[in-house]
Unconditional design. Structure first.
Length: 376
């Protein structure tokens, strides 16, 4: 059982990583029950610019020093991918609740260590997976729950994104090591864990990109077998040297209706009733949030003149950011597991890690580790 926060006391949050992380600052400041008390960034100039803009008093250039602060209850990690696992482990072991952007980690060993650390610390761990809080996902989730989809027959996801020009740690990253945006909705909609995968790599990235991670593939495509189910899913991921407009998508094929995410920007999502396609307008779901943070489903820190790369390519993550923050804070205050807890995060992340292992072994079946198959 996760310990509850004092009902009258706000959850005191620190944000680490202030590029994309800046988007969450005004949400924590506006949300009743939360308080943004500290910020952390290695660059002191950028740190002070952020902290001055948002009126944050406590400022740290050292993540470890920040963890020693007893006035911080929770840490929201938005740092580079290679830092996620060790910073998450450090925060949990320091007795802090943790929200961390995706992926959880890039090795199965680190995923398991985080699962163990969350259990032993008794603190909340939440992977801040945007797609399963996006308006598109919430729309389809309602269709599934209401029975309008009928029996789910198959699921497919694709995430194509050209990462040239992003920070250096992205260069040559195995595509499936950053696959949770397309894995997560497929598993969340069915409520199932992934059991095993088989994946093939295709094509080849520039030679200068291969050396860092030893991954040659331009595209990786996996079939994912769902545990205790007759379902499988298909996941395709690319990061470099593949000509395609950005798309972060999932499709669900049912016995009564099927849903396909829009395939080009502005083309709109499609519902199939039998063979007939119908374009649909996806509603916003701000009404499900506390009133003070409802505006953040449609706006944030970044605008057309000050755009973070995740917004230029990521379309604002489907209005998910205030839903993520609200779920994290509410899980702490209510003493419960969040919707994307440590075991769920481990399963979704392990799909990609195991898929890359399979691709490097010419499609060999790779079973997901048992620690990621548990149920809390």
């Amino acid at each position: 059982m996760v310990p509850t926060a004092t009902d009258s006391a706000p959850v005191r949050v620190a944000i680490a990583g202030l590029g994309f992380g800046a988007e969450f600052a005004p949400i924590y400041q506006a949300l009743p029950g939360a308080e943004l008390v500290a910020a952390c960034r290695r660059d002191p100039v950028a740190l002070n610019q952020f902290a001055d803009a948002f009126g944050v008093e406590k400022r740290y250039t050292s993540f470890d020093e920040m963890l020693d602060d007893p006035d911080i209850d929770a840490v929201h990690i938005n740092t580079p991918i290679p830092d996620h696992a060790q910073q998450t482990l450090g925060a949990l072991r320091a007795g802090k609740h943790v929200a961390c952007t995706v992926p959880m980690a890039t090795s199965l060993e680190d995923c398991e260590a985080i699962v163990d650390a969350a259990a032993s610390s008794g603190r909340v761990y939440m992977m801040m997976e945007t797609v399963v809080f996006s308006r598109e996902y919430l729309y389809v989730e309602d269709l599934v729950r209401s029975g309008e989809i009928g029996r789910i027959q198959f699921l497919r996801g694709a995430h194509h994104q050209e990462m040239a020009g992003w920070p250096g740690y992205w260069e040559g990253l195995p595509p499936m090591h950053y696959a949770t945006h397309t894995v997560s909705p497929l598993l969340a909609l069915t409520g199932q864990r992934a059991e095993y995968v088989s994946c093939f790599g295709s094509g080849r990235i520039d030679e200068r990109l291969i050396g860092k991670y030893g991954s040659p593939f331009a595209v990786e495509t996996a079939h994912v077998k769902l545990a205790d189910s007759d379902l499988s899913a298909e996941v395709t991921r690319s990061l470099f040297n593949t000509a395609r407009q950005y798309v972060e998508s999932f499709s669900v094929y049912g016995s009564l209706r099927s849903f396909e995410w829009e395939q080009t920007h502005g083309s709109g999502a499609v519902i199939f009733v039998g063979e007939q396609p119908q374009h649909v307008e996806i509603p916003d779901f701000a009404a499900r949030l506390p009133e003070a943070i409802r505006p953040f489903t449609l706006q944030g820190v970044y605008d057309d003149n000050h755009a973070h790369r995740s917004f230029i390519q990521g379309s604002g993550h489907g209005g998910s950011h205030p839903h993520l923050v609200n779920e994290f804070i509410e899980s702490i205050k209510q003493g419960r597991k969040p919707l994307v807890d440590e075991i769920t995060a481990a399963n979704w992340t392990a799909v990609g890690i195991c898929a890359h292992q399979s691709a490097m072994a010419d499609g060999l079946r790779v079973d997901l580790p048992k620690f990621s198959m548990q149920r809390n």
